[in-house]
Design a protein around this ligand. Structure first.
Ligand SMILES: NC(=O)c1ccc[n+]([C@@H]2O[C@H](COP(=O)([O-])OP(=O)(O)OC[C@H]3O[C@@H](n4cnc5c(N)ncnc54)[C@H](O)[C@@H]3O)[C@@H](O)[C@H]2O)c1
Length: 365
């Protein structure tokens, strides 16, 4: 067990970058519902990696949650790669908790668009770390500087790791995409800043997050778009692939619990800080067979009226052989999260995909 300092999130000033991204919007809505007092600043550059209309839609949900909340909410459109902007927000709002979700996501996109990964995931993250570090220099009165930095890492850091389940104890020094390399770099940078400046930081390796108003570049969503148009989806290794799928509410629950428990600052035998640093996996809890996942998705799309009642399941999926470089089974060992925060993801694919299908039916009406 890594010792934790409990932080009551009520009345705190919180920065969430990457809201209204998929996970960020869900997180902020949850915080606006649950917390009392304080302030949440959402910072996002609203880029067009996927249709920004979806981000505007999520932002409208965030803003209507804010109207019913007594937590103040401020949305700032801008990039974390803009150091002056990041510094000015930290100086103005004296954040207690920082959750960095802003990043260029996607493994394939990093092949043709490397620059944006360096800008957002490395320079942007560095700016966040520097701002956390500098927050201690102007801490005065009640404000003691940033008490916890929580940031998104990714299951992609495991690369071609063959040992399952994937554990945070595994060596992850062989990233197979630039995206993965930037996420692993975030963990390394956070470690050095935790050590040097005693910034309590926790990295979370998310495993395939899905849900309503999710990311259109992800399999369940793009498969739905294909099926709606009458197309066929390819299932590699004949659908015999096991993956962790994590419903967005479970991710949010995990993030909220982690926000409220920061690694404790301690002094080592050498008189220097022991880095208040931790990394956890958050994965669905139970690996699912891809064929089962897609079958449940199709059933739920039929139930939601998106696909016709006489829909031919077999006719719209093509079972093909394994792609080179793919691994048949990957899933998370999330025991650290259970041990330190008493939480394991709860929501199964039936419930999660039903919620997605219900939302999709409404959204595309
Ligand atoms: N969804 C998943 O399955 C998954 C899995 C592993 C890790 N992650 C990580 O979780 C985080 C959130 O992912 P998501 O699925 O919500 O993705 P998302 O793309 O919906 O959200 C990311 C948001 O960050 C914003 N953004 C990007 N670069 C920015 C910058 N330089 N400055 C300000 N805003 C910027 C985008 O506009 C977007 O709204 C990301 O860091 C991602 O890498 C997600």
């Amino acid at each position: 067990m890594t010792p934790k300092e409990k932080i009551n999130l009520d009345g705190k000033n919180i920065l969430v970058t990457g809201c209204p991204g998929f996970i960020g919007a869900n997180l902020v809505i949850r915080l606006l519902k649950d917390l009392t007092g304080g302030l949440i600043v959402s910072l996002d550059n609203m880029n067009d990696y996927y249709d920004p209309k979806l981000k505007e839609y999520r932002l409208s949900l965030v803003e209507s949650a804010a109207e019913k909340s007594n937590v103040k909410h401020v949305f700032v459109k801008g990039t974390i790669a803009d150091k002056a902007l990041v510094d000015s927000l930290f100086e103005k709002y004296h954040f207690d908790i920082v959750v960095n979700l802003a990043a260029q996501a996607g493994v394939r996109y990093s092949i043709d668009h490397p620059d944006v990964y360096i800008e957002s995931n490395l320079i942007g993250f560095y700016n966040i770390l520097e701002a956390c570090r500098n927050s201690y220099s102007y801490a005065d009165g009640e404000y003691k500087g940033v008490r916890h930095l929580v940031y998104a890492s990714s299951s992609s850091v495991y690369g071609g790791n063959k040992k399952v389940p994937f554990s945070v104890e595994d060596k992850v020094d062989n990233p197979v995409s630039l995206y993965a390399a930037t996420k692993k770099s975030n963990e390394l940078l956070a470690h050095s800043y935790s050590k040097l400046y005693n910034i309590p930081s926790t990295g979370l390796r998310f495993f395939t997050v899905y849900g309503p108003a999710g990311r259109p570049d992800m399999f369940y969503y793009s498969a739905t778009n294909t099926l709606v148009k009458g197309g066929t989806i390819k299932l590699f290794n004949y659908g015999n692939m096991k993956r962790d799928f994590t419903y967005v509410d479970d991710i949010v629950e995990g993030v909220v619990r982690v926000m409220g428990g920061a690694p404790v600052r301690e002094t080592g035998e050498d008189g220097l800080p022991v880095p208040p640093y931790a990394v956890y996996n958050i994965g669905g809890g139970q690996p699912e067979n891809l064929l089962d996942y897609i079958s449940v998705l199709q059933e739920e799309l039929v139930s939601a009226g998106i696909l016709p009642a006489d829909y031919d399941f077999e006719g719209h999926r093509e079972l093909v052989e394994m792609q080179p470089g793919d691994v048949p089974i990957t899933y998370a060992d999330s025991t650290g999260l259970e041990r330190d925060y008493g939480f394991t993801p709860q929501i199964g694919i039936r419930e999660g995909l039903r919620n997605f299908a219900g939302w999709y039916a409404e959204f595309t009406k």
